[in-house]
Design a protein around this ligand. Structure first.
Ligand SMILES: [Mg+2]
Length: 226
């Protein structure tokens, strides 16, 4: 019979307290998920090739970085083109199939979730509010250097008190993979049904996700990390 009223001996008490101070390992931390917005959480219909053509910049050239190299007048003209497209995208954006259930499962597991986007802060908030999505933190190009600069991931790590090894970035573009790896985080490339063969970032990504509606395998992979 257990003796609930007996005082523990000092030696046994010390032995019992030792497990209260385990050596902390990386795996003791929860995972934290960082989502790209346009093309990942939401389909905003942004046609970046059309935007480049209107601006007169080369195919595949990163738009924000190209604007930074322009004369002030040309940069203003191109910012207006970009703002027009981005506003239209925010107003017509719809949720990617399966995102609501995916995020509910992330919350059920107690993993924090952030948004990191190259969009502006006002249009990011407009998009997320319209679609009833909540993230903390939300980091836009108005808040930190744009992806693939890893500064924002470092800010998220600090906010969540998590090491980058516990962060998983989920996005549909090469920059999402690059920002993860530059910060020593993991990268999930959302292919949205595209053929991964030759898709920028597919070779470097740690996991390829075809659809949020088929995420069982991703959750198994994440659970192995968790
Ligand atoms: Mg994207």
């Amino acid at each position: 019979m257990l003796q609930h009223n007996s005082r523990p001996e000092v030696g046994r008490f010390l032995q019992c307290t030792l497990p209260l101070f385990p050596r902390t390992t990386v795996n003791d931390h929860p995972l934290g998920l960082v989502f790209d917005m346009d093309g990942t959480l939401v389909d905003s219909g942004l046609d970046f090739q059309l935007i480049r053509r209107e601006m007169g910049i080369a195919d595949r050239q990163p738009i924000l970085e190209a604007i930074q190299q322009m004369s002030p007048g040309e940069a203003d003209r191109c910012r207006e083109i970009l703002a027009r497209h981005e506003r239209a995208g925010a107003e017509r954006a719809t949720l990617m199939p399966g995102v609501t259930d995916f995020l509910a499962e992330v919350r059920r597991r107690g993993w924090p979730a952030a948004v990191l986007t190259r969009n502006t802060r006002p249009l990011t908030l407009l998009t997320l509010d319209r679609l009833g999505l909540h993230f903390d933190p939300i980091i836009t190009r108005d808040d930190a250097p744009a992806k693939p600069d890893p500064t924002a991931i470092e800010q998220i790590c600090a906010a969540w008190r998590l090491p980058p090894e516990r962060i998983v970035v989920i996005g549909d573009f090469l920059f999402d993979v690059q920002v993860a790896h530059r910060a020593a985080a993991r990268a999930v490339l959302f292919t949205a049904g595209r053929d991964p063969q030759g898709l920028p970032g597919a070779d470097e990504a740690d996991f390829l996700l075809e659809s949020f509606q088929m995420s069982d395998e991703l959750f198994r992979w994440l659970a192995e990390l968790a």
